[in-house]
Design a protein around this ligand. Structure first.
Ligand code: V0D
Length: 256
């Protein structure tokens, strides 16, 4: 009479199975992340903002490892913007010590995992201790061939473009380049990301739906992924979710 309900055994895919499945598809070469929500994460726990930043630093390590494991080539992390100097001095001082702390603990691990550290942003504006520890890591990892871990520190996209124009005009005035020779590729080569591919996927955490002066030129064709998750709560599962969603989208770069 009645058709018996048949419960087809739903195979509960483990996280590792989902990872292997995703790896069969197209993995974005370059993922950029705006690591937002550290302060709000702390406030929710009645903790000082710096506690959120510190927790966020641990997530950087976890996500770097996972991106490397997934076969991502470049991971750009927006750690400090040109606007962030407006924050309370104490908070800025704390943030500027994070690279040292991070590298003091994890540099051997990055070397071990063949990660290459890079930096975009105006180095001149950074405190000497911050700049020196990052430059030491860049040097120690410059020949590594695995994931490029590109930190955006004291970075602003408009600032980057103005700086590019200054150098371009200097080269034009000295006769190194003619105006008609300036193409999109030439302009790109004057940006701080010159040796990197454009991001395929940009992720912003914590529910803000803005770009906030991040890689404006470079994200012309980038897929955008916004999540409500605060950066300190961001996990490998969340990154996998963003990658799987990316794989489902058809990218046409303006074609059909
Ligand atoms: C605070 C969330 C790692 C965003 C992550 C100076 C805000 C934790 C670094 C880091 C920050 C930078 C360069 C480097 C090694 C590590 C970092 C800053 C903030 C701003 F070579 N986390 N992190 N830098 N936060």
């Amino acid at each position: 009479m009645f058709k018996k309900f048949t419960f087809r055994k739903q195979k509960a895919s483990s996280f590792n199975e989902l990872v292997e499945e995703a790896k069969k598809g197209y993995i974005p070469n370059h993922i950029a992340i705006i690591m937002d929500g550290n302060g709000r994460w702390a406030k929710r726990r009645a903790m000082p903002r710096i506690a959120g930043h510190h927790e966020g630093m641990k997530v950087v390590r976890k996500i770097t490892k996972f991106a490397n494991k997934m076969g991502v080539k470049v991971l750009t992390l927006y750690a400090f913007s040109t606007e962030n100097w407006k924050r309370p001095q104490q908070e800025v001082d704390f943030l500027m010590k994070l690279p040292q702390e991070f590298l003091g603990t994890f540099l051997p691990e990055l070397v071990e995992e063949n990660v290459q550290v890079r930096l975009i942003g105006q180095r001149d504006g950074l405190p000497a201790h911050t700049r020196e520890s990052v430059e030491k890591a860049i040097k120690a990892t410059q020949h590594n061939t695995g994931l490029i871990l590109n930190f955006a520190l004291n970075y602003g996209s408009r600032d980057e473009m103005v700086y590019a124009i200054q150098n371009l005009v200097t080269d034009s005035n000295s006769g190194k380049i003619q105006p008609h020779e300036i193409t999109e590729d030439v302009f790109s080569s004057y940006l701080m990301t010159s040796s990197l591919p454009d991001p395929d996927l940009l992720i912003r955490t914590s529910g803000e739906i803005r770009i906030s002066n991040f890689m404006l030129w470079q994200i012309a064709y980038t897929e955008l992924w916004f999540t409500d998750v605060f950066w300190p709560d961001f996990t490998e599962e969340h990154l996998l979710e963003a990658i799987v969603n990316f794989q489902r989208r058809g990218r046409r770069f303006g074609g059909v």
